[in-house]
Design a protein around this ligand. Sequence first.
Ligand code: HAM
Length: 442
Amino acid sequence: MGSSPLKPPRGTRDFYPEEMRARSWLFARFREVAHRFGFEEVDAPLVEHAELYQRKAGEEIVDQLYHFELHDRHLALRPEFTPSLARMVIARQGALRFPIRWFSIPQCWRYERMTRGRRREHYQWNMDIWGEPSVSAEAELLAAIFTCADLLELPRDALRVRLNSRALLEESLRGGVLRDRPEAFAPLCVIIDKLDKVGAASVQEQLADAKGPVGLSAGEAEDVVALLSVKDLDEAKRLAPERSEAMAELERLFELLDHYGDADRVAFDASVVRGLAYYTGVVFEANDTAGELRAICGGGRYDRLAETLGGKPVTAVGFGFGDAVIHELLADQGKLPELPRRLDAMVVALDEGQRDAAIALAGTLRERGESVELATGTPRLKRALTDADRAGAQRLYWIGAEERERGVARARDLATGEESEHPLEGESEHPLEGESEHPLEA
Ligand code: HAM
């Protein structure tokens, strides 16, 4: 059952000019926030060695890899940017001055089951800080997410972040059920990340699967799942080990968020652990408050990824913010702007004999930085007016034999209908400067 080669593969998108305008509009906001927070943009290849992604904790993302063999190499389309970023940092680890703040907007590929806002390719705005061990980095990143939500003009309560600390969960479990098996922690997180999707009973079953990577007893699995229901920092503190470092960090983070004016937009939620194996500390997800869509953004601290990939130890924290779910939320909230084509002017030669003058006029306007479509044909004036209007042009300039004779181009402002004349440079002996509405050499 072949699919038509004339359609884009399922789950992927073509970007026609109108979709491309919407995408550029969104990316401009991502870049604006990154700029305000002092991040520099980076990129990496779309295709990487598949090995870069082959982690063994049972993550969904590994099963969803688009990968292929080519000339004895096993390659993959990037499903996320973080491993590429780690590779880039490791390659210059001796020369970089930490902390570094880098952002990117890569296209990522995952063979996903599709739901609203989830597709097989998406663009993901990433912001990462490397080399800052304190939660002041997490606070900066969370503030950037809220700045973006504000810049997109979402109501303050439309998006909220749920946050937890894997380090806190690890402290609790290391002192108990995972005392002798620290390696089971990452697969345990990957399993409990599915709680919302598959429910408590299935998570417990997987945690207690004797052949699985975690292998708890049924009672232990039940205790772990019970821990996840805590939604209050004070309650979490009561349950945390004494003098818990992870708890102290969480408290500090909430204090910092308060200074940013964002503490009310973040809630502690012990069930947030994230589905990627490399996270080690604070983890967070942003969702629409109505809870109708999948995660808008997800991130956290991954202090051991550099080592895992063969680099020297260096701390890191970051987030990925997809383009697809936020698009759905903006549409639901009526916050997607009308983005018509923007064209300052259309210039038309009414016959081929006037093309040289039209080229010169378009050149002058373009030199001023205007966006100008020089009609490649020689339409009649009526047709040119309709074309210019449809193209969203502000003004139409036309030059026919009669205008040329007088050394002018005529122009119409398409919004007001007002007409004016403009001297053609180097042609008119008596440039009509006084009469010109838009003198070219103003
Ligand atoms: P992630 O949670 O897998 O994290 O993805 C981050 C965000 O990318 C999601 O919240 C969602 O907005 C978007 N996203 C992911 N998959 C899809 C999809 N199939 N369709 C549409 N949107 C999607 C990461 O990828 C981490 N590498 C983020 C990170 C950066 N952590 C630290 N630094």
